[in-house]
Design a protein around this ligand. Structure first.
Ligand code: ADP
Length: 498
């Protein structure tokens, strides 16, 4: 391919021009090495298009664009104007919601109704951080009478941001919103499986009026462009969302280069706990949504389901009936709830976990198979008769697969829920307020939902305990990731130090 745009079509948006270049300094450019890679439609397994690939040299170019912007016009921009730009960007996302959602469904395979909800959340997130830009303040500290001391909050500098393929545009907004609100500049790498939406959105950066170099968006592979960003000597901070395995690599790269600041949002194996006194209809609907939303490709997916013994049999029966009603198929069909998995690799990974569950003696209550002949579709799968040491109970599957088991007491379920290296999210279903609060306080996870699941909001921090990550995204907490704290002490009067 030679051009920087290609005409594509989706059933939802009709024809549109898809950028394929690297977005650096507010322009689309080709990669220095002239490499491209194919983007596959997960519903059909056909090639959608090819995009330009960033290699180390392109990462260098993007980082120097971000550095120049940081040291130049962006440094001088007022917080008020930074906020206005982000709000404008949010407005443009809202205006282009249908197109952005359609590109996301095409590229990732998620149901169009879910993709629209994602873009709605992008709008909320960008607007929220636009609001923060001129509310970031320091402090005056009284220490001694002969000094005046203040603490100033400053941007960290050039931020490398690496995002995954499960929520490409939402992760784009979660990363860019707080970074830019705090006055940083950005080089963001899209996941190689899903580069399309982020490039369409990059056009909106320019349209909103951001100066060149403030936000740069590149496509490329983790081991090449991702690794170059994490070990780059002129990148001040890396924010990464992805697997725990790669998270460790990112931390090592930061440690062995310039000790750049690192925040990580990693995997999970989240417990979803249903007590006997729960509203069973409500619990079933959120347990179903908790695991099968986005084809189970969520870091916070409620994949370990614990149900109290008195309602266990009834719950399993009704949960199966509910899950069998989930419409799996073409992401652009109006009633579809679950699309395909994102790629062949992910499909194979999930099928191998299903095999491991069967081999270990777990019982397949429903699902366990591929759906159809084409596309990476997998049936909603529920395992029972599981034990804690099975790989399907320990490891993140990242697909429409869950395990359900029985518990007797509150203390027993708290212990087993916390017996995981992960600590991203959890949920409790009960009508008893004491149970809800006791269990929420005892769970070692960054988020707990009560009588709901996957209910994320841009005002509420999100992130993990234990091996689920470092730092928090969203809410005021995300600003900490993107600010340095500077202490300034001014000597007053003429007292000499002797
Ligand atoms: P998954 O295994 O689900 O594909 P990854 O954690 O591998 O998730 O990918 C998430 C993001 O991390 C992607 O943008 C990917 O390109 C990037 N990535 C993968 N490997 C590395 C690496 N060694 N260094 C930096 N980024 C990487």
């Amino acid at each position: 391919m030679s051009g920087l745009f290609v005409e594509l079509k989706t059933p939802h948006s009709g024809k549109y021009m898809q950028p394929t270049g690297l977005f650096i300094n507010n322009e689309f450019v080709k990669g220095v090495d002239g490499k491209t890679f194919e983007v596959i439609n997960p519903s059909t397994e056909k090639v959608i298009t090819s995009v330009h690939e960033a290699t180390e040299k392109d990462v260098d170019i993007a980082v120097s664009a971000a550095r120049k912007a940081f040291d130049g016009p962006w440094r001088k921009e007022t917080p008020e104007n930074r906020g206005k730009l982000l709000v404008k960007l949010a407005d443009l996302f809202e205006k282009n919601l249908d197109l952005l959602a359609a590109v996301e469904s095409l590229d990732n395979g998620k149901a169009i109704s879910m993709a629209k909800a994602d873009i709605g959340m992008c709008v909320g997130c960008l607007r929220y951080y636009g609001g923060w830009a001129d509310k970031i303040t320091g402090k005056v500290i009284d220490t001694t009478p002969d000094t005046f001391n203040y603490i100033r909050k400053e941007p960290v500098g050039v931020c490398g941001q690496i995002i995954p393929w499960n929520f490409p545009l939402l992760m784009w907004a979660w990363k860019i919103g707080p970074a830019v609100a705090c006055g940083n500049t950005v080089v963001l790498k899209m996941a190689e499986q899903t580069p399309l939406g982020g490039l369409v959105a990059a056009q909106l950066i320019k349209e909103a009026g951001f100066p060149p170099g403030v936000v740069n968006v590149i496509s490329g592979f983790g081991k090449i462009a991702g690794a170059a960003l994490t070990s780059h000597i002129d990148v001040d901070k890396v924010a990464f969302t992805g697997s725990t395995v790669v998270g460790r690599t990112v931390l090592r790269a930061a440690a062995s280069s310039n000790l750049k600041k690192v925040t990580l949002e990693l995997g999970g194996k989240s417990p979803n706990i249903v007590f006997e006194d729960a509203d069973i209809d409500n619990a079933i609907s959120w347990v179903n949504f908790g695991i099968f939303f986005n084809s189970g490709q969520c870091c916070c997916a409620g994949s370990r389901i614990y149900v109290q013994e008195g309602i266990y049999d009834k719950f399993v029966q009704r949960f199966k009936e509910r899950a069998l009603k989930n419409v799996v198929g073409d992401p652009f069909a109006r009633d579809t709830f679950q699309g395909p998995l994102v790629s062949q690799v992910q499909f194979d990974r999930v099928m191998s976990y299903i095999k491991a569950g069967k081999d270990a003696g777990a019982k397949v209550e429903i699902g366990g198979k591929r759906k159809g002949e084409k596309g990476y579709f997998i049936e909603p799968t529920i395992f029972s008769n599981v034990s804690e040491e099975m790989s399907i109970m320990q490891e993140e599957i990242f697909g429409p697969v869950c395990s359900i088991s029985k518990f007797k007491t509150k203390d027993e379920v708290i212990a087993v829920a916390n017996k995981s290296n992960y600590g991203l999210a959890a949920a409790v279903h009960t009508k008893n307020l004491n149970t809800a609060i006791d269990v929420s306080n005892a769970l070692r996870t960054g988020t707990v939902w009560v009588n709901t699941y996957n209910t994320l909001h841009h005002q509420m921090p999100f992130g993990g305990y234990k091996e689920s990550g470092i730092g928090r995204e969203l809410g005021e907490a995300a600003l900490d990731n993107y600010l340095q704290t500077k202490s300034v002490t001014i000597r007053l009067g003429n007292a000499l130090f002797v």
